[in-house]
Design a protein around this ligand. Structure first.
Ligand SMILES: [Zn+2]
Length: 339
């Protein structure tokens, strides 16, 4: 039993490959943060090493040690607080890959955030991708495949993991994680289809508090002057140098917020992602014109693309701040539906 919620196509493909012993030696799982890429990678590692006939059983000592992240043959290589995954980490991995499995049948290497591989590290990895040692399985996880070298991309079989339907998340939270129905409903809506996010927010109150703070900042900036907006851009740009993901998270949250304003304008308020913020969203939607909202969503998407392409973060974020529509009550749109 694969312990994966949703992602049926990807699980089906891997299960069939396993049965026919025709798995690709390298996979690339692509999808938004917390959508389930690591869970699927761990399940594949279990399936490759499981002692049972029905793999992965989830019960044998191989499966359990992998689930507890104690298995000597399953390694996760990630940023761990560094700015990039360097060549030394890939060389260490290659050395480990040249050794026979220690306690299982396959050595599995999961590269978490493959877009963070340095150029040298990615080139070094090519050797393993071209001539993988037997009994070695590589799994690359990435949010943005455009940031990978084409030579790396072409040597991996890609599986795309999209956001899950909101009802699927809600049901899983209630049934598997015993979350109270009302809380499950809110968390599922806020998750934008990312079960990992919903579970993290369920376990850690701080995540929801941080999200509320970030939204308050966003709302405040809309009526702030240029000086204050630029000060915020500088702060965010500083953060970007040490923690890209955090800045991406902020911008994703902003896109979600402005999309919600668009939905309310289009009289589709039942589908907003920020379900717990309706009391603020409806009046905010009345402040901006449709054109302003659409324009700023485009600016946000453009800014994210530019940051991914390594443009100067300070410059990108300053331009973004300038393009944020200024809250002005004279532009109140009276055609807004009743909240
Ligand atoms: Zn097992």
């Amino acid at each position: 039993m694969w312990q994966v919620i949703g992602h049926e196509a990807a699980v089906g493909l891997l299960a069939r490959g396993l049965k026919r012993e025709r798995l690709s030696h390298a996979y690339l799982f692509v999808g938004p943060p917390h959508v389930g890429k690591m869970t699927l990678a761990i399940e594949l590692a279990k399936a490759l090493n499981c002692d049972d006939d029905e793999r992965p059983c989830g019960q044998c000592s191989q499966c359990q040690r992998i689930a507890e992240r104690k298995h000597a043959d399953v390694q996760v290589i990630g940023l761990d607080g560094r700015a990039e995954i360097g060549i030394d980490h890939i060389r260490e991995m290659q050395h480990a890959a040249s050794l026979r499995p220690f306690e299982g049948r396959h050595r599995v290497f999961i590269i978490d955030g493959a877009e963070n591989l340095s150029h040298e590290a990615a080139n070094c990895l090519l050797k393993t991708l071209e001539e993988p040692p037997p009994q070695v399985q590589l799994i690359l996880l990435a949010v943005n495949e455009r940031l990978l070298l084409p030579t790396v991309l072409s040597r991996c079989q890609k599986l795309t993991l999209g956001p899950l339907p909101i009802p699927v998340i809600e049901q899983a939270l209630i049934e598997r994680w015993k979350v109270a129905a009302q809380r499950a409903k809110i968390l599922a809506r806020l998750s934008s289809g990312r079960l990992g996010w919903a579970l993290a927010a369920f376990a850690d109150e701080h995540i929801l508090n941080q999200r509320s703070e970030r939204l308050s900042t966003l709302i405040h900036l809309a009526s702030a002057d240029k000086v204050e907006r630029f000060a915020y851009a500088a702060q965010l740009a500083n953060r970007f140098s040490s923690d890209r993901e955090a800045v991406r998270d902020v911008l994703c949250l902003w896109i979600g917020w402005w999309r919600d304003l668009l939905l309310i304008k289009g009289r589709c308020g039942d589908f907003t992602a920020n379900a717990d913020q309706e009391a603020t969203l409806y009046p905010e939607a009345g402040v901006y014109s449709l054109r302003e909202i659409k324009g700023f969503i485009q600016s946000l998407e453009q800014a994210m693309g530019q940051l991914d392409q390594n443009a100067n973060p300070r410059l990108v974020l300053e331009v973004l701040m300038l393009s944020m529509p200024k809250r002005s009550f004279q532009t109140m749109d009276t055609s807004l539906p009743e909240a």
